[in-house]
Design a protein around this ligand. Structure first.
Ligand code: PLP
Length: 217
């Protein structure tokens, strides 16, 4: 898919902005080359962030790409906020000097892998025998993409979720053409194990309630 994307971008001569906050959070399978590596710096601008691998509060990211484009970005950034705080930049730089970031990530990755496996197991327990319900088994990142039968609208279900203290991102938020209304993004990153178990249990309750209300289950 990534190679094909680069081919298409070359054909129509457009730039690809590769937003890659999760590349280092990989739980299994071989690492996948960034599009940047395939397309090169004149075709791809690679964005990375410290938010998911060190600390979101630093508000620090990295851009790798063509010098001319980055110079323009620096000018735009100067116009908007003068400069990213040098204090947080120094904190991150010092951290990188003293620690092997990828080695430091290993326990984090083990923790997230365990939570991913737990959420997958709980989804299987609660929805495994329900027709039309399926979900991804991600090799990395922080999320599971959960798809319900087509007559479900996860945007409408959000309020019911809030009432039960269960939050998800309705699939529509990831679509440009009003599709994905029957999907939702679930995060397994922050909640402790017991909340994942309880959260999926409540999600099932919401699904059953919504399904009965709409006469679709
Ligand atoms: C977290 C995230 C980012 C980066 O967020 P910052 O905290 O602003 O660096 C970018 N894209 C996606 C998809 C993310 O999840």
């Amino acid at each position: 898919k990534r190679k094909r994307l680069v081919e298409i971008a070359e054909k129509y001569d457009v730039l690809i902005v590769e937003d890659d906050p999760y590349g280092d959070l990989r739980y299994e399978g071989d690492p996948i080359d960034p599009i940047f590596k395939i397309g090169g710096q004149n075709r791809v601008l690679l964005l990375r962030t410290f938010s998911k691998i060190l600390s979101p509060g630093l508000r620090l990211g990295i851009v790798i790409g063509n010098k001319t484009i980055i110079r323009k970005m620096v000018m735009a950034k100067q116009a908007s906020d003068l400069c990213t705080p040098s204090l947080t930049q120094r904190i991150a730089a010092r951290y990188l000097q003293r620690h092997d970031l990828l080695a430091q990530l290993k326990p984090t990755i083990a923790l997230y892998r365990d939570k991913r496996d737990l959420m997958l197991a709980e989804l299987e327990k609660n929805f495994g025998d329900m027709k039309g319900f399926h979900w991804t088994k991600p090799d990395g990142g922080l999320f599971i993409w959960f798809t319900l039968p087509e007559s479900f609208n996860t945007g409408e279900m959000l309020e019911m979720g809030k009432a039960e203290n269960v939050l998800f991102v309705p699939g529509e938020a990831f679509s440009l053409d009003n599709t994905c209304k029957n999907s939702m993004r679930l995060s397994f990153c922050l909640p402790p194990r017991e909340d994942i178990i309880e959260g999926v249990r409540r999600l099932k309750k919401i699904v059953v309630e919504y399904g009965k209300e709409k006469n679709i289950l």
